[in-house]
Design a binder for this molecule. Structure first.
Ligand code: CU
Length: 122
């Protein structure tokens, strides 16, 4: 009897944590992709999230391999799908490794942030 009850309690706790963890917006895809090696400088960075975003409180910073910030345009959401951030890259990027630091506020009002890299190798 006790064993079953404690097993049930453990399962209930796990289920609760799992649903809370899933309740946030997560990066699902990126262009250039996470850890990708691409030949050409991308015209824009495209980040796809699991939840709709509040564009006003979401943004992206791009750092080159020396840690210098690369100027980017504003980061609006895609008018057709506001789970996607599209960030124009105004000037062609030189060869090298880049770090994308992103932060988003989703419609659940939670703020999430993350980072990933891609490399340009012509
Ligand atoms: Cu959340």
């Amino acid at each position: 009897m006790f064993d079953r009850l404690s097993r049930f309690c453990v399962l209930a706790v796990f289920a609760t944590f799992a649903s809370v963890a899933q309740a946030h917006s997560h990066l699902q895809a990126a262009e250039p992709a996470v850890d990708a090696v691409v030949q050409a400088s991308p015209p824009a960075l495209k980040l796809t999230f699991s939840m709709k975003l509040v564009a006003k409180f979401s943004g992206v910073k791009l750092l080159d391999s020396k840690g210098n910030e690369v100027p980017l345009g504003a980061a609006p959401t895609d008018p057709a799908n506001n789970k996607i951030l599209i960030v124009p890259v105004p000037a062609p990027l030189a060869a090298g490794e880049y770090t994308v630091d992103w932060h988003v506020v989703a419609v659940d009002t939670h703020r999430m942030k993350g980072t990933y890299k891609f490399t340009i190798k012509p």
